[in-house]
Design a protein around this ligand. Structure first.
Ligand SMILES: [Zn+2]
Length: 128
């Protein structure tokens, strides 16, 4: 058995407040420049939205190159711009550490984004 990295996507929904004269202009304002409006602090998972980002094996291979696999599993990610930006997005968010199964996995999660920031499996589970 090998550990394969699969790119996944899921949706969350929430609410934002915008200043406008009426509902129509609020909708227009949002649609004109959605990136100018901050993401909601609280959001909920959209049921059934969890899916592979791409099912093309050739695309998935990009995430499983030796270099990429090392980046994703290594705790020494200093100087990695991708990791830096990924974590910087959660500044001032509520971070929690959770244990899954019977000490099978520990995850550091952003409870505002429902996003796993770091996850590690117990190396002793499954060995007997
Ligand atoms: Zn976050």
């Amino acid at each position: 058995m090998k550990t394969i990295i699969l790119p996944v996507t899921w949706e969350v929904c929430g609410f934002v407040k915008v200043e406008a004269h009426d509902i129509e202009s609020a909708i227009e304002l949002f649609n004109e420049n959605p990136d100018s409006i901050p993401l909601p602090k609280e959001s909920e998972y959209v049921d059934g939205s969890f899916a592979l980002t791409d099912s093309d094996p050739e695309f998935v291979k990009l995430y499983n190159s030796a270099e990429r696999a090392e980046l994703t599993t290594s705790s020494e990610t200093s100087g990695n711009a991708f990791e830096f930006d990924r974590l910087r997005a959660h500044i001032d968010h509520n971070i929690a550490i959770a244990v899954y199964g019977d000490n099978v996995n520990i995850s550091v999660e952003c409870t505002d984004c429902n996003e796993v920031l770091y996850s590690v499996d117990n190396p002793l589970v499954g060995i007997s």
